[in-house]
Ligand binder design. Sequence first.
Ligand SMILES: *[C@@H]1O[C@H](CO)[C@@H](O)[C@H](O)[C@H]1NC(C)=O
Ligand SMILES: *[C@@H]1O[C@H](CO)[C@@H](O)[C@H](O)[C@H]1NC(C)=O
Ligand SMILES: *[C@@H]1O[C@H](CO)[C@@H](O)[C@H](O)[C@H]1NC(C)=O
Length: 250
Amino acid sequence: MWQLLLSTALVLTAFSGIQAGLQKAVVILDPEWVRVLEEDNVTLRCQGTFSPEDNSTKWFHNESLILHQDANYFIKSARVNNSGMYRCKTALSTLSDPVRLDVHIGWLLLQTTNWWFQEGDPIRLRCHSWKNKAVNKVTYLQNGKGKKYFHKNSEFCIPKATHNDSGSYFCRGLIGQKNKSSASFYISIGDPTSPLSSFPPWHQITFCLLIGLLFAIDTMLYFSVQRGLQSSVADYEEPKFHWSKEPQDK
Ligand SMILES: *[C@@H]1O[C@H](CO)[C@@H](O)[C@H](O)[C@H]1NC(C)=O
Ligand SMILES: *[C@@H]1O[C@H](CO)[C@@H](O)[C@H](O)[C@H]1NC(C)=O
Ligand SMILES: *[C@@H]1O[C@H](CO)[C@@H](O)[C@H](O)[C@H]1NC(C)=O
């Protein structure tokens, strides 16, 4: 019962921000790539509303608060342990959705600006080299087949993704005289008309289901407690009624 009250209180706390008309903060990556190599520089920007008294920003890395209060969180020379989920919050904005950043070790990395795509979305792919070393004769491959070749390294853009663009991608090219390849990265293209096929709303769906479940349990408890009270009142009254009726019959 206490656990139930506690979880209801948590849900209500989460709602109170929304009820107070506060907007959700948003974490933006600059540059936009969600996958980077070690020693890259990345700035995470928190977009939210600040109050005149409190212009600080709270940053969370993998759900723990980090000691950084500026709206821009600059990661200089990223390390693998900088990977993970980032969220932020300002005085007049609620906690942002998480943004995932992965830091890899290697010579080449196939970079994307998102973790999931839907049909019709533009997809930017970049064959990024460690410390931005020059790469030439770059090929982007999909499911093992060459899809695009650039004599000088360039981004490969798919203006409007279709299901045929799903698959395992990697890039390769020459760094100096050495032939280097990136690891493969699977790109799946969801169908925007089917809400369950896209990955991002899952946590929201779970959240909504949880709230529905809590209300259902609350309602059930309310009615069973009421019914319990009514039946105990009825049990108590019935003998009294018979008892008072009997003398009149005689
Ligand atoms: C990161 O920034 C520093 C300067 O602050 C620069 O020397 C370095 O080359 C940058 N790293 C990359 C991979 O661009
Ligand atoms: C990552 O590891 C380095 C040591 O290799 C350490 O100095 C740094 O504080 C760590 N960063 C995080 C975010 O844990
Ligand atoms: C790199 O090696 C692959 C085979 O492993 C070859 O097909 C490709 O042509 C080479 N790339 C360059 C730019 O030489």
